[in-house]
Design a protein around this ligand. Sequence first.
Ligand SMILES: [Zn+2]
Length: 201
Amino acid sequence: MIKYKWSYLMIFFFVLPIMYGCSSTRVSTLPPIPKKYIKPEPEIIIPSTILSELNKFKVRPWKYIVIHHSASYSGNASSIDKYHRNERGWTNGLGYHFLIGNGNGSRDGQIEVGNRWNQQIDGAHAGNDEYNKYGVGICLIGNFENSRPTESQISSLLYLINYLQKRCNIPKGNIITHKNFRKTVCPGKYFPYYDVMARLR
Ligand SMILES: [Zn+2]
């Protein structure tokens, strides 16, 4: 009989506490999450040398910022410049003022400054005189009818819009997409317009 009692006591004092040990003790002993698992803010790629160059010259009285997608899987300023010169026959080449890469043809989130911005000339992106003359054209590489832009692209776009708004005094209400004034799907149904607007400072 004494032998049995000891085995019950063993169960109460040793086996059960091991099986159902106090959960709070367990949590407090967990190690902290290593830093490498915390997602860093996406990098904004615009060389400071370019930015200081941009700050030097006078800007035209721009009124709008018009957002586009390239409707292509890949691309960069040079490839689209060639296309606009050779296929469209535009002597000033690249129709947009800025491009934002997606990692295919240029780095993910890379901002490329077009010739039309450096020379402060009309864009050729809107298919509409008012928006070509007074709209700064920003094109994100990618087809957003199929997928969303990358987080780095959005991060660079926000940075660029903030810069242009301050530099050119453009109100938030004049930040628009191509399809806001023209019959087109550009910049695609997955472009997160309202999210971008909400995240603007
Ligand atoms: Zn467009």
